[in-house]
Ligand binder design. Sequence first.
Ligand code: PEP
Ligand code: MG
Length: 946
Amino acid sequence: MPSRLITSIILQTLETNVRFAQNLTDFVAGVQNIHKAEARRETERATSAAGNVGAAQDPGKFVFRFGGGTADGSAGMRELLGGKGANLAEMCNLGLPVPPGFTITTDVCSAFYAHGRNFPEGLETQVKGALAFIGKTVGAKFGDAENPLLVSVRSGARASMPGMMDTVLNLGLNDATVEALSVKSGDRRFAYDSYRRFIQMYSDVVLGVPHHVFEDILENYKKLQGFERDTDMSAADWQTVIGKYKDAVETELGQAFPQDIHQQLWGAIGAVFSSWNTPRAATYRRLQNIPDEWGTAVNVQAMVFGNLGTTSATGVAFTRNPSTGENQLYGEFLVNAQGEDVVAGIRTPQNITEAARIAAGSDEPSLEALMPDTFAEFRAVCNRLEAHYRDMQDIEFTIQEGKLWLLQTRSGKRTLPASLKIGVEMAEAGVISREEAVARIDPLQLDQLLHPTIDPDAEKTVIAVGLAASPGAACGEIVFDPDEAAKLKSEGRTVILVRSETSPDDINGMDAAAGILTSRGGMTSHAAVVARGWGRPCISGASSVRIDYAKGEMTAGGHTLKAGDIITIDGSTGEVILGEAKVRQPEVTGDFAKLMGWADGMRRMKIRANAETPRDAAQAREFGAEGIGLCRTEHMFFEGERIVAMREMIMAGDEAGRRTALAKILPMQRQDFVELFEIMAGFPVTIRLLDPPLHEFLPHDDAEIAEMAVATGIDAGKLKARVAQLTESNPMLGHRGCRLAITYPEIAEMQARAIFEAAIETGAKTGQTVALEIMVPLVAMKTELDILRDRIVKVANDVAAEKGVRPQYQIGTMIELPRAALQAGKIAETAEFFSFGTNDLTQTAFGLSRDDAASFLGQYTAKGVLKHDPFVTLDQEGVGELVAIAAERGRSTRPKIKLGICGEHGGDPASIAFCEGLGLDYVSCSPYRVPVARLAAAQATLSARK
Ligand code: PEP
Ligand code: MG
């Protein structure tokens, strides 16, 4: 069970192949940086005014120091110092024990890229000064032959990107300083072990020599000597291996491993900056919406050693349980060890607290039992940090010979249930306000609770149990390969990614998977951390699952399963279940319900749902929808007898024939509406008249046509001819929307009659007035709406006369064409409401087919042509301008015109914030998005108030 601290170290040493070419380029650039420094300065002097943003803004300060009880920076400076750097500074300011160091700013990263991966002028001098400061603080000197200072070089972006960028530890070691370290520590074996780790890590991260080269050398050596474990190696053994490592570097690169510690340092700094732009980091940023321009800072810090004997240790802790949110210190540590020991499978991390050890049934002593004084100090630090940041903290620490050192603190990633619990508890304890509690929850994360869980009464065959690393149930086909997972997902298949463990290079496949199962790794492993962050169900460390990648199969609980076989994983219990298990629909209860209640009290906009079936409508109500914003009536025509009658209508040769067929549909439509109105119990219901082109209701291939011919008795040839007649080159811009109702008014009349009759029937049944809105789709001109309004009003009058009851209703339109947006002022003379159909509006504004764009949109976002898929997140600049124009022009004609949105964007938090800005009355989204929209709307109101 590697800890995340350890995992992040592991991640540096894995999957080197992808990075190899990049690193080699970076190394060459790094070496060039040093050798060409002088020549470059001249050029930079000339260009800095034009391009060096950082230097231009603050030419004096590239480097911020911390340590010895003071710091240049603070927590508020995360944009410049990155999260890690800002928090290291803050901890120093709080007087906490932090190894001294310095942060090179993110501005330098921008300048580095702006200048062809060269460092800005003046940086070298500042780094030199800062190194001297560290040396002075710890009483050592970089490169000193008696008392050498060793440093770590780590990345640290504004937003945390676990394991995505590079780290180098033990930097400053060479053939001379290793001897000094040996004397100073009094532990020769430790010194040479550190040196070989450094050569391995530096060669991999900076020089691009694949990690396996070193693994192979070590394995061969151990085999020859008859050693089983690294701990069998003596100092002399490590010395021999180091010689072989150095030879290997020379063979791979044609040059010796650098002995010049300054060259080492600049190589590492360049490598960390360069690691901002590796493909895996770029992919992670894209998935997490982290802007490419942010860049990373670099933190150089005095090394402290967790492997200096049994009074030393290293670990990671959360101030509360990141999975459940329980207010208990939670974490893992290793005594006298470094991360690689865990990878080798020699060590299992121990629990930090006694309570956790007992709960885990572990025999390995806890930190609390092993080092009670240091533990007490650590617990006090944790409490202090949580109180200071007013949030759950994720803390990395090292204990060197009994002395506690803090290496990092940050707000800890957590599951949604943990977020909710922590937010509610902190608000109720008065640590944060309710508004802060609401603002802290990522609305998209709510998705985690809005998906099915395994029914507790379900019959299930549990074939393995691992760690409940990220909650939720997922069921799908087993896939062992991340690329295959991505491919199958693109084919519309649902997959569970099964791996021994994951690494940052797997994130494409992890993103594609409905759930992730690993046979190794702990609660803080890469798979667990990433899955929790994304709200993806995950089981880690299911050690009884044996995976054979070569055969494409896994065995568990006596079953052998192949790729493609179905399993269900329960990320809330850790159970791996054979086949598809029965699942239960989610409910909004407990902390979730409480926080949503708070959010509801804060938001201005109403939330409606797009729903047409009673099941969806009921689910939407369950999730708190306050009405239906879009009932797509065409969905009601596909089932059972309806499609038969619909086809009969389409095939009819004249109006009379169509009316006969429509008369068969009328009672079914009426019944649909009655059910919806009853479920919505007085909340508004917007019903849209038929929208799609008629050919969508006809079969297309010969077999289906033959089947329909038999079912309806209509000649197959006639059917084919009608299909051909209705075929359009561009159906999305064809005979659809209000154009259908204008050419076949009897369809709209039947629908209007069904709606009015249903409203009257429901009113009579329930005593509640139905808040009815009839919506006309794809209007481009006021005239279209005028014609249809007259028809609908006439039907209303007819029905009122027949039933003796006058239905209450409004007639409005969708705004989903640019012309309609521009003509909104005129259209509002007739329309009592607008609903922005931003799916079609995006399609028509961009001239981008909804059906065909997927083939290249991915490339557009990957290449940065578009920041987001405009069908997911509203293009505020263009499509958004059309929405704003329509809202303004509509209001200028009809000041109280009701405005809402019913395109997919109605469930997207960023788009919801935009709608708040325009003062829309409501957003409407799919039922499962309703809680997301409720929270996002509350957050939008809160930020609009600021
Ligand atoms: C729209 O175009 O945004 C809309 C909601 O309608 P549909 O997706 O049904 O075309
Ligand atoms: Mg539309």
